[in-house]
Design a protein around this ligand. Sequence first.
Ligand SMILES: [Zn+2]
Length: 237
Amino acid sequence: MLKVYTILCRAGKMDNYSYLLVNEKSGKSAVVDPSEAAPIIKKCDELGIKPDYIFNTHHHFDHTDANLEIKSLYGSKVVANINDAARIPGFDIGIHPGETFTLGDSTAEIIDVSAHTQGHILWYFPKDKIVFTGDTLFNLCIGGLFEGSIEEMYSALQKIKQLPDDIVFYPGHEYTLHSIPMALHLLPNSEKLLQYVQKARQNLARNLPVSPIPLGLEKECNPYLAANSPEEFQELF
Ligand SMILES: [Zn+2]
């Protein structure tokens, strides 16, 4: 199984999340979206881990800025969408959306969700029931449209909605607090959302991340996932 360590980076500024993944059987490991070197190195050293790989979801600097430092320190190989080869620092291994990539006995399916950026991918580990959503899906919100259209984001989110309810998702930022008012405004009668918000506030008060959240719950509580037609989705912008 895959063990996931959540590492807050750029704390109090952009509140990015990087993740350290360890396949427990093989000891193979990877860092998802190295945002800031210091907190990642601290966690790796604490655990005695030298990440074999760096997995990027997209090219934005706050997800790739520590690629080169982590790579030179640990010899990690940078794995990313082949279509983003020119924009990912330290790029080593290109994968096409639709392909898989293995980490020990864990396998990731690579899903194209171009919208926040062109070439943004999800790292979905079906057997481990985990998906890393980068800047496409946040708790109760979604990422901005830097390089894509509303239609592209709608179709990207439909791909996420097709994933099973019983997996959990890990987003690229901690933006929950800012997203709560709009979610409550749009889904005022959702008992599940009220419970979600209560739990989120408790976690944040203790400086804990809100994720992982079951994707099934997110589908009901996130207004962007709850939208059932392109027209309904369009109205959220
Ligand atoms: Zn981004």
